[in-house]
Design a protein around this ligand. Structure first.
Ligand SMILES: [Zn+2]
Length: 216
């Protein structure tokens, strides 16, 4: 196994800094986390984007959120075909084993995944149409949204509409998993759709009454 190498020095230094401060000051708490196992109240599904920091936004500590991240923070529909489904596996574990009470899907501004889908559908990114493009095939999940938002003339507004619709598509897809549907109907699980504006630090939550995302 020669392809797994030692850490770069900046990460080694940062680790030792954390161990000597944060960990040293909270040793008993970390030990309790290890012994008692995790009991997170919420699952978060968000984009891989390095600028999205849900634990900071909600001031969460270790053990509080069960987090899954992927390109654009999408949830695919339930497809029990025996293939590899990382996102579906994370949702299954959170809902059936951890029994989280809240599941948050978090979209964001300036999302590269959504931009990729937009450009692919607009014919500007032919490489994403290749069968071998994992990103393109993943972003196919959002393809119908491009058609629905194509009437918005301003590109920035169109992208923003697609970013928000991605959250709703994911929530719709979540409901195709029988264990999610059952938990929602039993009122032991609630789903939430959020959108985070990176520059403004704003968080908007989908409001089913008005059918719009409103500031939190
Ligand atoms: Zn993103």
């Amino acid at each position: 196994m020669k392809n797994a190498r030692p850490l770069p020095s900046y990460l080694v230094q940062r680790y030792h800094g954390w161990k000597a401060t944060t960990h040293a000051e909270n040793k008993a708490w970390y030990r309790r986390l290890a012994e008692e196992g995790q009991r997170p109240r919420a699952m978060i599904i968000s984009c891989c984007d390095s600028r999205i920091h849900v634990t900071s936004i909600f001031g969460a500590d270790e053990g509080e959120f069960f987090i899954h991240r992927n390109i654009a923070g999408l949830v695919p529909p339930c497809a029990p075909d025996g293939d590899h489904h990382g996102t579906s596996a994370a949702v299954e574990y959170a809902v059936t084993v951890l029994k989280v009470a809240n599941l948050l899907v978090v979209g964001h501004s300036n999302c590269g995944g959504v931009r990729g889908c937009h450009d692919m559908c607009a014919g500007l990114a032919p490489q994403l149409e290749e069968k071998t493009s994992f990103i393109g095939r993943w972003m196919d999940l959002l393809r119908p949204s491009y058609e629905r938002q194509a009437g918005i003339a301003d590109e920035a507004e169109r992208l923003r509409a697609m970013e928000k619709e991605a959250v709703l598509v994911s929530i719709e897809n979540l409901m195709t998993f029988p264990f999610v549907k059952a938990a929602v109907e039993a009122e032991s699980l609630t789903l939430h759709g959020l959108w985070n504006d990176i520059g403004e630090g704003a968080v908007e939550c989908y409001d089913p009454e008005s059918g719009r995302f409103l500031p939190v």
